[in-house]
Design a protein around this ligand. Structure first.
Ligand code: 1GP
Length: 239
C-alpha cells in the first residue's frame, strides 16, 4: 500500500457529512487529482459514507477511507488510512480506538489495505484539534520531533501535517520536511487556491484539499494543476 499512495501528489478530501451535488462531484473526480480521501471529524456515519463511496465509484480513480469512527468502517474502499494523533495526551486517539476496532472487527480487518498515518494536528481551532485534545502549541522543533517519532521510531508510512481549516506555517512544514526520511509527507489545511497549493507542494509529497471544495469549487479545481506543476524542492533548497 505504500507503493499505491506513492504517486499521489494531490488528493481531494470529501466529507460524507457535507452536501456535494452530482455535477460538482463529477468535476472533483475528473479534475486530474490523484485520489479521493473520504473522511471528516464529525457526523460521519455508515450510511453517509456508503452513499458517498457509491457516487465516487462511478469514476475511475483511487478512493481511500480515513477511518475516524468505528461505526463508519465501510467495506469497498481501495485503501483505509488510520490516523494516530501523535500530539495528544489522550491515548485513545493513538491506540485506544485502534484497540477497540481490533477487538470488535478482528479477523474481518483487511490488514493488507491499511496504512497508518502519524497525524500532527496544528490548528487549535479545528474540529479535529478539539475532538482529540491535540496540543497545537508546538514549536517547529516540537512538530519535527513528533515527525521523527513517526518516521524513524514507528516507521509509519505517512506523516500527516494537519492544519485543517487554516493555512499552515511553512517554516514548521520546512522543519518537518527536513526530518522526514521514509514516510510520505502529507500536508492538509487551508489550501484555498493555487498560491497555497504551490507552497505546500514544494515542501510536501502529497497535498490534501478539503474545505474549499464546498466553498468555491473553481478555486479548488485550480489547486490540482498548481500542485502537479510544482516540483518538490531538493534537500539543499529546504533551508
Ligand atoms: C482536512 O487536511 C484536510 O482534514 C484538508 O484541510 O479542509 O482546510 O482543506 P482543509
Amino acid at each position: 500500500m505504500r507503493q499505491f499512495i506513492k504517486p499521489w501528489r494531490h488528493v481531494f478530501k470529501l466529507d460524507p457529512d457535507r452536501e456535494l451535488g452530482d455535477r460538482e462531484l463529477e468535476a472533483v473526480c475528473q479534475s486530474g487529482t490523484d485520489a479521493i480521501l473520504v473522511g471528516g471529524s464529525t457526523g460521519v456515519t455508515y450510511s453517509n459514507t456508503v452513499s458517498l463511496l457509491a457516487r465516487i465509484r462511478k469514476y475511475n480513480l483511487p478512493c481511500a477511507l480515513e477511518v475516524s469512527d468505528l461505526e463508519a468502517a465501510v467495506p469497498g474502499f481501495d485503501l483505509y488510512m488510520i490516523p494516530m494523533v501523535l500530539n495528544t495526551p489522550d491515548t485513545s486517539w493513538i491506540l485506544g480506538q485502534h484497540r477497540r476496532a481490533i477487538e470488535r472487527f478482528g479477523s474481518l480487518i483487511p490488514w493488507d489495505l491499511l496504512l497508518a498515518e502519524g497525524y500532527i494536528v496544528l490548528n487549535e481551532d479545528s474540529s479535529v484539534a478539539r475532538l482529540t485534545g491535540a496540543d497545537c502549541s508546538l514549536s517547529a522543533e516540537g512538530a519535527a520531533a513528533y515527525a521523527q517519532i513517526a518516521d524513524k521510531l514507528m516507521n509509519l508510512p505517512v506523516v500527516y501535517l494537519e492544519y485543517s481549516g487554516s493555512f499552515g506555517d511553512m517554516e514548521t512544514v520546512r522543519e518537518v520536511r527536513e526530518m522526514v526520511g521514509h514516510s510520505q509527507l502529507f500536508y492538509g489545511g487551508g489550501v484555498t487556491g493555487a498560491s497555497e497549493a504551490v507552497q505546500a507542494a514544494a515542501l510536501c509529497d502529497t497535498v490534501v484539499v478539503g474545505n474549499i471544495i464546498y466553498r468555491d469549487l473553481e478555486q479548488a479545481l485550480l489547486t490540482v494543476q498548481a500542485v502537479k506543476s510544482t516540483p518538490q524542492l531538493e534537500r539543499e533548497q529546504w533551508l
